[in-house]
Design a protein around this ligand. Structure first.
Ligand SMILES: Cc1cc2nc3c(=O)[nH]c(=O)nc-3n(C[C@H](O)[C@H](O)[C@H](O)COP(=O)(O)OP(=O)(O)OC[C@H]3O[C@@H](n4cnc5c(N)ncnc54)[C@H](O)[C@@H]3O)c2cc1C
Ligand code: SF4
Length: 323
């Protein structure tokens, strides 16, 4: 551990002013402290967001519903409104990490968590996501879970989070404060594909602060399915979130997002087209899962990700119609 300064601003303006070179914001700290221990992050200054009252501002009776970015995952999932009206979001949070982590981890921090790629987490390995310009060690090394969708020759690591996948299917946005203004960004547009600059993970600028998650009024029902190697405390091998409008058993509109298999939370227009206007039968749900990967050339390495991703979409669609 290297020495660092710690600032704890009490409002948003001070927090924005405290940003600067070699400065890292810390909320619940469950990603940041982990990476500092590994020497992957070595900031000169940490800026704690825990006292910034604006980040706790939550408005449940508005449209959109506003959840402060500093609200913990446990607090958000416990809200009756979230459980009743946004079941995909409640499930995505319930199935993430552990109860202890959810008690301190925040919505903003969860969205901006870092990749679990072992080369990123090993400060001695080249990694273009950690150090701009570095080669990607995973291309020649071993990475058990590679992104099937959105990968580039510069980074093949999947986005690890669950909540963002549900938020994409719910067409949610984040509100962020920059030094000059407040902006609203659809969660579907928040994350960048790695391209040739994997270190640029989102469209936000350095020093911008996510202030809230904004949930539009739900249309229809929603579900989130997570497939993983063990039943708890594991990242997704594949996940899918679906928000579905049904007229009896016919799909009026579908919004489908995938996790665990793509470099960013991935909305699948192909899967949505495969079910829109159709009766939601198990066969149709299966076809939608397959459609999500129809443009991907099958290789030995991506077979597992494709199979699990397709199954997650199928299961999430069927969960929306009650099994
Ligand atoms: C063992 C383990 C298992 C896990 N399993 C899962 C899982 O299954 N699913 C899952 O989704 N996650 C999982 N996680 C990740 C965990 O959910 C995240 O570490 C946590 O949500 C991050 O939230 P935090 O508030 O602690 O963020 P921090 O660690 O404080 O910050 C994370 C990042 O976000 C930035 N940041 C935080 N808040 C803001 C803000 N308001 N504006 C701008 N930047 C901000 C920080 O600078 C940092 O870059 C796991 C973590 C661990 C350690
Ligand atoms: S896959 Fe991405 S995160 Fe992993 S080593 Fe390559 S550039 Fe780094």
């Amino acid at each position: 551990m290297r020495p660092f300064e710690y600032a704890r601003p009490s409002d948003l303006a001070q927090a924005l002013a405290a940003a600067g070179p070699d400065t890292v914001f810390i909320a619940g700290g469950t990603t940041v402290v982990d990476l500092m221990r590994l020497d992957v992050l070595a900031p000169r200054r940490l800026v704690g967001l825990g006292d910034v009252a604006e980040l706790r501002r939550t408005e449940l009776d508005g449209d959109p519903v506003r959840l402060g970015a500093g609200v913990t995952m446990a607090e958000a999932a416990a809200l009756p409104l979230v459980r009743e009206r946004y079941p995909a979001l409640a499930a995505a949070i319930d199935l993430a990490a552990s109860a202890q982590i959810r008690n301190v981890a925040t919505l903003g921090g969860n969205l901006l968590q870092k990749t679990r790629c072992p080369y990123f987490r090993d400060a001695s390995s080249p990694c273009g996501r950690r150090r701009p310009g570095d080669a990607c060690s995973a291309l020649t090394g071993h990475l058990e879970q590679r992104a099937v969708l959105g990968a580039s020759p510069h980074c093949v690591a999947p986005y690890p989070g669950d909540m963002a996948v549900a938020l994409v299917a719910l067409e949610a946005s984040v509100e962020a404060a920059t030094a000059a203004k407040v902006v609203t960004v659809q969660v579907a547009d928040l994350f960048r594909e790695p391209g040739d600059a994997p270190h640029k993970e989102t469209v936000l600028g350095d020093g911008d602060i996510i202030t809230a998650v904004l949930l539009p009024a739900p249309r229809g029902t929603s579900a989130f399915v997570k497939l993983r190697d063990r039943a708890s405390f594991a990242f997704a091998a594949a996940s899918a979130a679906v928000s579905l409008e049904l007229d009896h058993d016919r799909v009026v509109a579908a919004r489908i997002a995938l996790g665990g298999v793509a470099t960013r939370p991935w909305r699948s227009s192909e899967a949505e087209s495969a079910v829109s206007g159709e009766r939601l039968t198990p066969e149709r749900a299966f076809a939608a899962g397959e459609a999500a990967f129809e443009a991907v050339a099958r290789t030995h390495e991506n077979r597992r990700g494709i199979a699990l991703g397709a199954r997650a979409v199928t299961a999430a669609l069927l969960a929306c119609r009650g099994g």
